[in-house]
Design a protein around this ligand. Structure first.
Ligand SMILES: NC(=O)c1ccc[n+]([C@@H]2O[C@H](COP(=O)([O-])OP(=O)(O)OC[C@H]3O[C@@H](n4cnc5c(N)ncnc54)[C@H](OP(=O)(O)O)[C@@H]3O)[C@@H](O)[C@H]2O)c1
Length: 265
């Protein structure tokens, strides 16, 4: 089965930095036309330039994927430009507010769900509509979840809850759309060296650089692989799940965490 993405049209929602950018680069290296969606224009355009500099095909399209109208417009634009949508990595998220469960406000709850759960559902909604009506029908979708969505996370209950929701959205939709030729899987990420992880730890420790360094050391000590992951290592799994090499894989939660949660599985 082929790992080639030659000529495939791929959306990476949240593709301007971190794991999403690493995936966009891998999709492009494998021959895909990649659409990078994110809110921030500067980082999005830089991601597009970087991929093109390396000989890949990428285009940045601005979108806030927590807003239905913007996701619909994004998918419409992709189809107008390329004629179809083959694969999507729904990866956009923010680190969110950190607090104990009872200390969050109702506004915090709604904001977290909008940014990190509704955004994934909205992406799936418009991607699935397109993948069902195109000819040939079908496609592959990967939604980025987190090990926090498996085991919860102190001070991050709302983030963990959103990431758990992504897992059941993924499994439900995988069962519904398999007959239409759409495979839907989740990437369950452990700790990866990105802006999101750094901003969560910085927020938790009020920017105290000594304690931040200690926290990263204690993360490493808990990870059997002995290190924080490189975003490319998460991206590789997402690209494989989209590829034809994973043609019989759907409804799967693929844990990529250097063994962090292996004891609990
Ligand atoms: N890093 C980790 O250790 C880790 C661990 C577990 C799970 N994850 C998950 O992996 C995914 C990627 O994380 P990362 O660490 O690579 O994060 P990151 O470096 O902060 O990148 C997040 C990307 O999402 C975009 N984004 C955020 N909200 C968006 C929105 N509403 N609409 C469109 N784009 C949006 C960001 O661009 P703009 O801000 O410009 O929109 C950026 O391109 C996330 O789903 C995260 O929860 C990460």
């Amino acid at each position: 089965m082929s790992r080639s993405m030659e000529g495939k049209i791929v959306l990476v929602a949240g593709g301007s930095v971190g794991i999403g950018l690493a995936a966009a680069e891998l999709f492009a290296q494998a021959g895909a036309n990649v659409v990078i969606a994110a809110r921030g224009v500067e980082r999005g355009q830089e991601a597009e330039r970087e991929i093109r500099r390396r000989g890949g095909n990428a285009v940045y399209m601005q979108a806030d994927v927590s807003k239905a109208a913007e996701v619909k417009e994004l998918v419409d634009r992709i189809v107008e430009t390329f004629g179809r949508l083959d694969h999507a990595l729904n990866n956009a998220a923010v680190s969110g507010k950190l607090a104990r469960t009872a200390e969050f406000s109702e506004e915090d709850f709604d904001a977290e769900v909008k940014a990190n759960l509704k955004s994934v559902w909205l992406c799936m909604k418009y991607e699935l509509e397109q993948m069902q009506k195109q000819s040939p029908q079908g496609g592959a979708i990967v939604n980025t979840s987190s090990v926090n969505g498996l085991g919860g996370a102190p001070m991050a209950a709302l983030y963990a809850m959103s990431k758990a929701g992504i897992l059941t959205l993924t499994k439900s939709a995988a069962q519904e759309y398999a007959a239409a030729g759409v495979r839907i899987n989740a990437l369950v990420a452990g700790a990866f060296d990105t802006d999101l992880l750094r901003s969560a730890v910085t927020q938790m420790l009020d920017g105290d650089s000594v304690r931040i360094a200690q926290t990263f050391e204690s993360f490493k000590a808990r990870i059997p692989a002995g290190r924080i992951g490189n975003p490319v290592e998460a991206a590789e799994a997402a690209v494989w799940l989209c590829s034809d090499a994973a043609s019989y894989v759907t409804g799967h939660s693929m844990i990529v965490d250097g063994g962090l949660t292996s004891w609990a599985r």
